[in-house]
Ligand binder design. Sequence first.
Ligand SMILES: [Zn+2]
Length: 237
Amino acid sequence: MPRPISLALAFALLASLGACATQTGRVKNTTKTFTTVVVDAGHGGKDSGAYRRSGPPEKVVTLDVAQRLERKLRESQLKTVMTRSSDVFIPLDERVGIENSQKNAIFVSIHFNDSRKRGIHGYETYYHSGASFDLANRIQSKLMTIPHSGNRGIHTANFRVLRMASYPAVLVECGFLSNRADGNQARDWEYRELLADRIAEAIVEQRYGPGVYQPSGRLALQLQPASTGPALPPATR
Ligand SMILES: [Zn+2]
């Protein structure tokens, strides 16, 4: 009888040691093994994020892109967790808590940018830990395949959702609402679908390698080669 109890105690001790290890801020590099993607729509509720008189506030477009991204990731057989699915305020620590309570995850936060200088436009991707660099780089590269995209590069940042993450974590700024061209595009659902598609492709490629990701819905039709009709069987000869 004493033996199973001592074993149980040993396991409990090991488990608590494990918990301590994650709390010291060590980031688990799951970029090749992750099974879950935590999709974080920036802002929400009383926090509107970037705000323009014309067009919806940042919190609306981040949620839309996040939901499109989530659907595409699920279609690619990845598990997803949304930090919010409606217009509610979620404190940053709660977002981090959702992220860090997953088993084997990465974290992708969706934002749009704002600047007093209206001429500034383009995409930026942020990360904190070295383990997040590949993912940040891949997402930024895929966004750059969008026509007329502006490359503002990848950068390290001390944002709370990145700094406190136990897993690779990135924050994507999908263009400047303060810029006329970027802002107009952000209002267009087809463009938001394209953003979600490129970010999903980067995530799937990070996990499974190139060529695995399949675009879905209307985008898939648009991306088909224009000159070819229905596929014909090869001529027999
Ligand atoms: Zn934001």
